[in-house]
Design a protein around this ligand. Structure first.
Ligand code: EPZ
Length: 417
């Protein structure tokens, strides 16, 4: 188990380079299965979810070769095998192999996906989409077997604009016969990244980024090429850190338009932001106004930035409300924040945050990826030493977090215990 030790209350200056988006990369890698040939994915983030997915590609007899952030995947010798629970449970995104293998092989045996314990995380919308295309699904305990004589395009109405289900149904539909229209589709920008990749392989898809996506099936897909878009959630996490501890802290290699829901709320608080073409410079200010945030589907305030944002809200001069609408349990980090001196009352899926409060370093436990990231920025803003246990959660989605933060003046140690 890994522990992070943080000496807090340092001013952070310099540049943090943002990497490729975890929530894009974890879909792009499985999507490569659909191409019968060699594909290239650039700007792949160096995170543990990436490694877990490469292990699954290996089980499927696909050759992958990683040179820095450039990943080459050759699927010509694909051998469809059971994706065991020891592999599928290491992250949520293993479920993209359902759509990809169903799409290409019309058969997949896989165990339930893992992922942060931020809610029950059902996959019924995915499965309903696969059934609508003609798949027959059997569930025995934690094992899912999906098979289809053929997949036939159809109209599919999502009961909720699920990001994962939207991507997974696209993966299953690109080689189906005829046209599939996904209604009430999710509009997250990571979906556009995946669709752009599939189009380089020869897929016929329109409407990505809107709530209606049309996929016209083709017979075969050849190797494709894509670059992972910058990670808006990693960027948002470090912009919030800059508002707490930054002096001309530059967050670079980003697409500011993807962060407008966050930057508009930060401006409302009185945060000092300079927004440039591909970077944002942020400075700590002493007076911050309390505000209300409500997490929503894209392009609303991202649920994945809610927990890091709750740390900044502890500095607001009054009462702020953090309303979570996507996941049932986004407050796993609150007991640790309160132990550090915050004054947060959780009420169902929401939190009432009274500020400003001083944060004091102490021993805390990371409960999930974004909650863990919230504890890192709280530790950097706190007086004294913070020791975070179970940091594996954080390393799933923040590449080289120790190196990136040390480079701008943070005092952070990572150790095995
Ligand atoms: C993706 O999860 C992201 N993960 C999540 O980021 C992110 O929070 C989420 O989208 C929302 O933006 C990845 O991309 C790997 P959903 P996903 O399907 O696809 C319900 C992070 O920290 N639902 O859009 O799993 C579900 O319970 C992670 O990087 C069903 O009911 O999210 C939730 O309430 C955390 N049935 C809501 O929809 C389903 O079949 C949104 O889920 C699927 C989802």
């Amino acid at each position: 188990m890994k522990q992070m030790i943080i000496e807090g209350n340092n001013i952070l200056s310099g540049t943090i380079e943002i990497g490729g988006a975890k929530n894009s990369a974890v879909a792009l890698i499985p999507a490569s299965i659909l191409a019968n040939g060699t594909s290239v994915i650039e700007n792949v983030p160096n995170i543990s979810d990436r490694d877990a997915l490469l292990d699954i590609l290996n089980i499927l007899n696909c050759e992958s070769n990683l040179k820095q952030d450039k990943l080459t995947i050759d699927t010509t010798k694909l051998k469809n095998s059971v994706i065991e629970e020891s592999l599928s449970s290491r992250m949520r995104a293993s479920y993209y192999f359902m759509g990809a293998l169903l799409g290409r092989e019309k058969f997949v045996e896989i165990y339930i996906p893992g992922g942060c314990n931020i809610g029950t995380r059902p996959i019924d919308i995915h499965l309903d989409g696969f059934r609508a295309l003609g798949a027959n699904i059997t569930i025995e305990g934690n094992k899912y077997t999906l098979k289809a004589d053929k997949l036939i395009g159809t109209d599919i109405y999502l009961k909720f604009p699920s990001v994962g289900a939207t991507i997974n149904i696209i993966l299953a539909a690109v080689l189906a016969e005829g046209k599939t229209i996904i209604h009430n589709a999710a509009k997250e920008i990571e979906i556009v990244n995946v669709v752009d990749y599939l189009i380089t392989m020869g897929a016929n898809i329109e409407g990505a980024g809107t709530n209606e996506i049309t996929i016209t099936g083709v017979n075969e897909l050849h190797g494709g090429k894509i670059s992972v878009l910058p990670d808006r959630i990693e960027a948002g996490t470090y912009i919030i850190l800059g508002a707490l501890c930054g002096k001309d802290l530059k967050i670079s290699n980003i697409i500011p338009e993807h962060l407008e829901a966050l930057t508009s709320k930060l401006k409302e608080m009185g945060v000092n932001l300079i927004i440039n073409k591909d970077n944002i410079i942020v400075n700590k200010v002493n007076e911050l106004k309390p505000i209300n945030i409500k997490t929503l589907i894209y392009p609303g305030f991202p649920t994945d930035i809610g927990q890091p944002m709750s740390v900044l809200l502890t500095k607001g001069n009054g009462t702020s409300l953090f309303e979570e609408t996507i996941w049932e349990n986004r407050m796993g980090h609150v007991p640790s924040l309160n132990k550090m001196g915050a004054n947060i009352k959780v009420n169902g899926m929401n939190a009432i945050i009274n500020g400003p409060t001083k944060l004091k370093g102490c021993e805390v436990i990371a409960t999930d990826l974004r909650g863990g990231a919230a504890l890192v920025i709280a530790g950097l803003a706190a007086e004294g030493t913070t020791i975070i246990t179970d940091v594996e959660h954080i390393l799933r989605g923040y590449e080289n977090i120790k190196g990136k933060l040390t480079n701008v003046g943070a005092k952070i140690e990572l150790k095995e215990i």
